[in-house]
Design a protein around this ligand. Structure first.
Ligand SMILES: [Zn+2]
Length: 403
């Protein structure tokens, strides 16, 4: 790993070892193919702690690395140990003192409903927004992705905001430009951690991502989720660099994050669709999924131009299991007139009722318990006041999900 620091930010270049492979696996086991061995992260300082540089680099190169990783500046023994115990790689050189966690919690802010909901739990938290920019050496075949629109919306929130421009998603050739690891969205925040005095970084991952299999380990309760649990490989690595992973809405469903986001003072800046300029496009798969949730939350009929013959509609009409299934069940049970919509065909796959899906309106207590102590009480008070905690029966619904 070589970091070149410039007045405009930092450039990462990496070289694979002979045993490394061009197609690797991200922590969620999804295969990812390498496109190019360089990327840039704009607007970050050149004097961040070496462990921060190392973790930022690791969020990019982890899928392709097999046995060892050599950084251009010495890391702490604690960080080397987290890399070794987590991934089995030898990391070095070792020789720095560990970074102490700072006092501030920032929110990794995307502008989507989950991210906005996480932000409402901590109204004083500054935002770090990752903005995709084109790579100088990789053609951009995805110009419909309006990262400029999202960045403008983030700037209108009134929060203290650091926008990090990065082309790191273009290190990925397949399946398409994107984060090599989900944690790469935090690369800029990590490099800003000393400057912002960060001790924690909040993400908008909700109960489905954290506890119900994360969309990839389908239909399975995942207390030991390797990506987002504090004791998982990434949780330990971030903690070793003094930036704890915090999931303010990790105990609630997308119905709750939708309700919180659309009733918050950031509601005018919420945007989950990456295609539209003046508003969501209403025509993509994500818009359809979110419309089902929003209609359920607002107790109104579905409002979509999408018809059942479209491929994006068929995706949600398959037999279970599939990612986001709990929210399809929630929507089917609650949207008036759902039997007259494109979702009619899905009704036969489920026996969802309001009662059988009511656990998705409450907060799973273990999600609050795993928030670091300095930020836990605020999240607990927020969830008690705004959402309500799950009963024992509802907790059992989470812990027996899919079984
Ligand atoms: Zn859309």
């Amino acid at each position: 790993m070589t970091w070149e620091t410039l007045a405009t930010g930092a450039n990462l270049t990496f070289r694979l070892d002979p045993e490394d492979e061009i197609t690797g696996k991200a922590t969620d086991e999804h295969p990812v193919k390498l496109a190019i061995n360089s990327c840039s992260i704009g607007g970050v300082p050149d004097d961040a702690h070496p462990d921060l540089f190392a973790v930022a680099a690791w969020t990019v190169v982890a899928p392709w690395t097999r046995k060892r990783v050599i950084f251009d500046r010495a890391i702490s023994p604690q960080l080397a140990e987290a890399l070794h115990s987590g991934w089995g790689v030898e990391a070095g050189p070792v020789g720095a003192e560990a970074r102490q966690a700072g006092r501030t919690l920032a929110v990794s802010y995307s502008g989507g409903a989950d991210s906005v909901a996480a932000a409402t739990v901590y109204p004083e938290a500054p935002f770090v927004h990752f903005r995709r920019v084109a790579h100088t050496r990789v053609p951009n075949r995805w110009p419909h992705y309006r990262s400029d629109v999202l960045a403008k919306l983030a700037a209108k929130t009134g929060r203290e905001l650091s926008t990090v421009n990065s082309d790191l998603e273009f290190t990925l050739a397949e399946p398409r430009p994107g984060y090599p690891e989900h944690h790469a969205v935090a690369a800029g925040a990590l490099l800003l951690a000393d400057q912002l005095d960060l001790g924690g970084l909040g993400f908008g991952y909700e109960i489905g991502s954290r506890w119900l299999g994360g969309g990839r380990y389908l239909w399975r309760y995942t207390p030991d989720n390797p990506m987002w649990s504090p004791h998982g490989v990434w949780g330990r690595l971030f903690a070793a660099a003094g930036v704890h992973i915090v999931l303010p809405v990790g105990g609630v469903s997308e119905a709750v994050t939708m309700r919180l986001a659309l009733s918050s003072d950031l509601k005018d800046q919420v945007r989950w669709c990456l295609r539209g300029t003046d508003g969501p496009c209403r025509n993509c798969g994500k818009c359809l999924y979110k419309e089902l949730i929003q209609a359920a939350v607002e107790r109104r009929p579905l409002d979509t131009p999408i018809t059942a013959d479209r491929p994006i509609a068929r995706k949600y009409l398959r037999k279970p299991p599939f990612g986001g299934q709990e929210m399809i069940e929630y929507g089917l049970a609650r949207v008036p007139g759902i039997e007259n919509t494109l979702f009619a065909g899905a009704l036969g796959h489920f026996e969802a009722t309001e009662e059988s899906t009511s656990w998705l309106d409450h907060c799973y207590p273990r999600a609050i318990a795993e928030i670091p102590a300095q930020w836990r009480d605020q999240a607990a008070a927020f969830m008690s006041a705004q959402v309500g905690m799950m009963t024992e029966d509802e907790v059992r619904r989470v812990e027996t999900w899919g079984s």
